[in-house]
Ligand binder design. Structure first.
Ligand code: GL9
Length: 839
C-alpha cells in the first residue's frame, strides 16, 4: 500500500528510544516491567525461568527497532536478497549472543547486579533451540550471524521443529534418547505470524487441460492440503544495525480436513488426519549423514520449501507484475540436497500457477538456485524411490521427468557415443527400485555448486559430480566453511576476548584477520603467562562442569585431549580409544615412556538407529570406568564422556582444549567446523589431511599441527590393493594387544562378546582404515605428549593457532559466497537516517 506508506507513523521515535534504552537503568526498568506486564509475575514469586523470560523480552524489545528498520530499508531499496534454505539451524542459546550483538553485555550485567541477580544464572536458564544435528545445522546458524553482520539482505528459511535434536542421557554407559522440549516453556525470541500462512498440498493426481488461450496445461488435484505458518526470529548483526529474518514454518491442518472429513460426520477420522498434518513439523530427524528414506522426511522437505518459495513469490510480486526477474531479486542457497525439491517447486509455481512457458521457467529456476554439497559418503547421498515421490508429489515427479528428458536429450547430443555416461548423469537411478537422485536435481537446477573445503571441493569434482564437472566446469566452486568468532570466541571465551581486545582493539570480532596482532607476542613471557592463565581458567570451568554432569574429577593441569562431534565410524572415536587403551596397557606393563598426564574428553550424540555408534559410546564409558578407578593409572589418565553435547556445552568445551582430535579417515569429512572452533581458541590439532584440517594446517604452520595418517590417495590405493586389516593386527604387537584387551572382557565385566561387533568389524573389514592409521596416530600422539611438557613451546604454538585462524571466520566464507556465487551487495541499515522524528 502506497497510501499507507505516506501516513506511516515513525516508530523508533525519541519516545521509542527512551523506552528501549540500553543503559543499565533503562534495562532494569524494562526488565521489571516485563516481569509484570509480560510474565505477569511479582518479584517474590518469580522463578529463575521467569527471570530469563523477562530478560529475554527486555532484550527482544531492543532488537525490534533494528529489525523493523532493516525490513523497511531492504524493501525500499528493492534489495537483492539471499534466501538460505536449510532444513536445520542449530542456533544455540540466543540471549547471550543477542546481548553481545546489541553491545549491552556490561549494561545488562550491571542492571542485573543492581537487582541482586547474577546474569550468568539467567543465561543458564535458556533451553537451546537444537534444530539441527551437527555441523551442517550449526554452519547455517553461523552463516545467519555473518550475513547480518556483513549487512547482507538475507532470509533464513527452515522448519520450526517442535522437538529438536534429542536430549542424550547416559544410562549404564549407554546412550538413551530423551525428547527435546525446547518449546514447552515458551520461546520468547519468535514472533508468530498467524496470518502469514501458505497452503501446501500432497498426493492426488494431475490432469491435463486447455487454458483460455488454448494452451496445454497441467492441473494438480491434490488429496490433502495443510498450511505452513510463519514464526519469525530476528537475527542481529554485530557492530552494525542490520537485523535479518529467520523464518521457520510450522504445519497446521488445512481446510480440507475441516470441510471434507468433519462434515462427512467422520469426526475421529478427521481428527486423525489433522494430527497427521500437524506431525510434519513435530520432530527433527536425528540422523547425521546416512539417510533413511522416510516418507515424513520428504514431506518435511517439500513442506518448508513450498512455504518458503511461496513467500518469496509473494514478496517479489509486491514489486513486480510477474515472475520475470525473480532470479534477480533472489539468490536461493540449497543447504545440501534437503531443500532440492525447490527446483521442481519453483518450476511448478512458474508453469502451473503463473502460466509461464517451460523455457522461461527453466531459465529463471536455474538462475535462482545454488547448491552446497556437504558430504561424499555414498550412504548419505539423498535419493527417493520414484514410487514414494509420485505418490506424495505427482506433479513434481512429472516435472522432474520433463527436466530429465530435456537434459538427457542434451547429453545424448553432446556425448553421442557414451550412453553409460548419460545413464550415470540421469536424474533417475534405474534399478530394481527406481529412485530420484536429489544431488543431480540440485546440480542441474542450479547456477553454482560448491564444496565446503578445498580438498572436499576437489573430491566433489572428481567423484560424486565428476560427469557434471566435465560438462559444466565453470559451475563448480569451493567455499571453505567458517564459524562465527562472536559466539565461538567472544561469547564462549571472555578471557581470550579480553586478551585479543587489549592487543587488537575491539574491531577484531568484525575482522578476524586482526587476530594476527597476537602473533608477535607468541614468545613474550608475560604474554604467555596471561595466555596460560586464560587456558587454565577455561579448563577449570570445564572441570567443574564435568564434575557436575558426571561426578568425575579431572585435573586442569593435565593435557585436555578432546574429541567432540557426532559419533560416527568415519570420525574414528574408536581410533582415539585404541590409543587410550595402549597408554593404559603401557602403564600396566611398566613400559610407558610418555609421562604427560592426560584427560581425554569425549562428547557427541549417536543416531538412535546407529548400532555401532552407540556401541562406541558404551566402549568410551567402559574404558573410562576401568581407567578412572585404577589407582595405578588414574594419576596419569582420565577419560570422561560429557553427556548431551550441544551448542551450550560446546561453548564451555572448545576454550578448554589443549589438543583437538580431528582424526577422520582422509576423504570422509567434508570440512569439519569444530576443528576451526578449537584452533581459534588456542588448541593444537592432531589430525589427518582431511576436510578443512588441510587448510588449518597450512594457515597455522605445519610445525604447529600434529599431522598423521594416510592421504586421500593412499587411502584409495590401500583399498584398491585389497586392504587386509588382519595383517596390521598380526604384525603390530601393541595394536594386537590393545584389540585383544578389548576382546578379553576387561572392559565389559568379563563379557568378551560385548564389543565384538566393533573388534570384528575392525579385523574383518575396517572400512575406515583404523588399523592402517594406528601406528602413525600413536606416534603423533607421542609427539603431542612430548610437546606438552614444554609449556613455553606449547603456549607459543597455541597462540599461533589462535592468531592465524582468522581465515576460518564465517564472515570470510560469507564474503566469498556474496562475491563468487550470490552477486549480492551489502545494504547497511541506519537507525538514525530520517527515522528519528515523531510524525
Ligand atoms: C557435514 C559434514 O560432514 C561436515 O564435514 C561439514 O563441516 C558440515 C558443514 O559443511 O556438513 N555434512 C553433514 O551431513 N553433516 C555435517 O556435519 N552432518 C551433520 O550435520 C550431522
Amino acid at each position: 500500500g502506497t497510501a499507507r506508506k505516506e501516513r506511516a507513523p515513525m516508530h523508533g521515535s525519541s519516545d521509542e528510544r527512551t523506552r528501549t534504552g540500553m543503559s543499565p537503568e533503562s534495562l532494569k526498568r524494562a526488565f521489571v516491567d516485563s516481569m509484570f506486564y509480560v510474565q505477569a509475575r511479582y518479584w517474590e514469586v518469580a522463578t529463575p525461568h521467569d527471570l530469563y523470560m523477562a530478560a529475554a523480552y527486555t532484550v527482544r524489545d531492543r532488537m525490534l527497532e533494528r529489525w523493523i528498520r532493516t525490513a523497511e530499508t531492504y524493501r525500499k531499496a528493492d534489495a537483492r536478497t539471499v534466501c538460505y534454505l536449510s532444513a536445520e539451524y542449530l542456533l544455540g542459546p540466543q540471549l547471550g549472543n543477542n546481548l553481545i550483538n546489541l553491545g549491552i553485555v556490561d549494561s545488562a550485567r550491571q542492571g542485573a547486579r543492581d537487582l541482586g541477580i547474577d546474569l550468568q544464572e539467567i543465561l543458564d536458564q535458556e533451553p537451546e533451540p537444537g534444530l539441527g544435528n551437527g555441523g551442517l545445522g550449526r554452519l547455517a546458524a553461523c552463516y545467519l550471524d555473518s550475513l547480518a553482520t556483513l549487512s547482507i539482505p538475507a532470509i533464513g528459511y527452515g522448519i520450526r521443529y517442535e522437538h529438536g535434536i534429542f536430549d542424550q542421557k547416559i544410562v549404564d554407559g549407554w546412550q538413551v534418547e530423551d525428547c527435546d522440549l525446547w518449546l514447552t516453556n515458551g520461546n520468547p525470541w519468535e514472533i508468530p505470524r498467524p496470518l502469514l500462512r501458505y497452503p501446501v498440498r500432497f498426493g492426488g493426481h494431475t490432469e491435463p487441460y486447455t487454458d483460455e488461450h488454448g494452451r496445454f496445461r497441467v492441473r494438480w488435484v491434490p488429496e490433502l492440503d495443510l498450511y505452513g505458518m510463519a514464526y519469525d526470529t530476528p537475527v542481529l548483526g554485530f557492530g552494525n544495525d542490520n537485523t535479518n529474518l529467520l523464518r521457520l514454518w510450522h504445519a497446521t491442518a488445512g481446510r480440507s480436513f475441516d470441510l471434507q472429513a468433519f462434515h462427512k460426520g467422520d469426526y475421529y477420522g478427521a481428527v486423525n488426519a489433522k494430527v497427521g498434518a500437524e506431525n510434519i513439523t513435530k520432530v527433527l530427524y536425528p540422523n547425521d549423514e546416512p539417510e533413511v528414506g522416510k516418507e515424513l522426511r520428504l514431506k518435511q522437505q517439500y513442506f518448508f520449501v513450498s512455504c518458503s518459495l511461496q513467500d518469496m513469490v509473494r514478496v517479489h510480486l509486491q514489486h513486480a507484475p510477474n515472475l520475470e526477474g525473480f532470479h534477480e531479486r533472489f539468490a536461493a542457497q540449497l543447504n545440501d540436497t534437503h531443500p532440492s525439491i525447490a527446483v521442481a517447486e519453483l518450476m511448478r509455481l512458474c508453469l502451473d500457477e503463473h502460466g509461464m512457458d517451460w523455457e522461461r521457467a527453466w531459465e529463471i529456476t536455474r538462475r535462482t538456485f545454488a547448491y552446497t554439497n556437504h558430504t561424499l559418503l555414498p550412504e548419505a547421498l539423498e535419493t527417493w524411490p520414484v514410487e514414494l515421490f509420485g505418490r506424495l508429489l505427482p506433479r513434481h515427479l512429472e516435472i522432474i521427468y520433463e527436466i530429465n528428458a530435456r537434459f538427457l536429450d542434451e547429453l545424448r547430443m553432446r556425448y553421442p557415443f557414451d550412453p553409460e555416461r548419460v545413464a550415470r548423469m540421469s536424474l533417475i537411478e534405474e534399478g530394481p527400485v527406481r529412485r530420484v537422485r536429489m544431488a543431480h536435481l540440485a546440480t542441474v537446477g542450479s547456477f553454482a555448486v560448491n564444496g565446503v573445503a578445498a580438498i572436499h571441493s576437489e573430491l566433489v569434482k572428481s567423484t560424486v559430480l565428476r560427469d557434471f564437472h566435465e560438462l559444466w566446469p565453470e559451475k563448480f566452486h569451493n567455499i571453505t566453511n567458517g564459524v562465527t568468532p562472536r559466539r565461538f570466541i567472544q561469547l564462549s571465551n571472555p578471557d581470550l576476548c579480553g586478551i585479543i581486545t587489549d592487543l587488537a582493539g575491539p574491531g577484531w570480532a568484525r575482522d578476524a584477520e586482526n587476530l594476527r596482532t597476537l602473533e608477535p607476542h607468541a614468545d613474550d613471557a608475560a604474554f604467555q603467562q596471561r595466555w596460560q592463565a586464560m587456558k587454565r581458567a577455561a579448563k577449570e570451568r570445564l572441570a567443574a562442569r564435568i564434575r557436575e554432569a558426571t561426578g568425575a574429577v579431572v585435573d586442569p593441569q593435565s593435557l585436555f585431549d578432546i574429541q567432540v562431534k557426532r559419533i560416527h565410524e568415519y570420525k574414528r572415536q574408536h581410533l582415539n580409544l585404541l590409543h587410550i587403551v595402549a597408554l593404559y596397557h603401557r602403564i600396566k606393563q611398566g613400559t610407558d615412556s610418555d609421562p604427560t598426564p592426560r584427560t581425554f574428553v569425549f562428547g557427541g550424540k549417536a543416531a538412535p538407529g546407529y548400532f555401532m555408534a552407540k556401541l562406541i559410546i558404551k566402549l568410551i564409558h567402559s574404558v573410562a570406568e576401568v581407567i578412572n578407578r585404577d589407582p595405578e593409572v588414574n594419576q596419569r589418565l582420565r577419560v570422561v564422556f560429557v553427556p548431551n553435547f550441544n551448542v551450550k556445552n560446546a561453548e564451555c568445551i572448545y576454550p578448554a582444549a589443549d589438543l583437538s582430535e580431528q582424526i577422520s579417515t582422509a576423504g570422509k569429512e567434508a570440512s569439519g567446523t569444530g576443528n576451526m572452533k578449537f584452533s581459534m581458541n588456542g588448541a593444537l590439532t592432531i589430525g589427518t589431511l582431511d576436510g578443512a584440517n588441510v587448510e588449518i594446517r597450512d594457515a597455522v604452520g605445519h610445525e604447529n599441527f600434529f599431522l598423521f595418517g594416510l592421504t586421500v590417495a593412499e587411502v584409495e590405493r590401500t583399498l584398491a590393493e585389497g586392504y587386509r586389516p588382519w595383517e596390521y593386527y598380526r604384525s603390530h604387537d601393541e595394536l594386537r594387544e590393545v584389540i585383544d584387551l578389548l576382546r578379553s572382557g576387561l572392559f565389559s565385566h568379563g563379557d568378551p562378546d560385548l564389543f565384538r561387533p566393533l573388534t570384528d568389524s575392525l579385523l574383518q573389514h575396517d572400512p575406515y582404515l583404523l588399523l592402517a592409521d594406528y601406528p602413525a596416530y600413536v606416534e603423533a600422539q607421542a609427539r603431542a605428549g612430548d610437546a606438552f611438557r614444554d609449556p613455553a613451546g606449547w603456549t607459543r604454538m597455541s597462540i599461533l593457532n589462535a592468531a592465524r585462524t582468522g581465515f576460518f571466520s564465517s564472515d570470510r566464507a560469507i564474503r566469498e559466497y556474496c562475491r563468487n556465487i550470490w552477486q549480492v551487495e551489502p545494504m547497511p541499515v541506519s537507525l538514525a537516517a530520517g527515522n528519528g522524528s515523531v510524525p
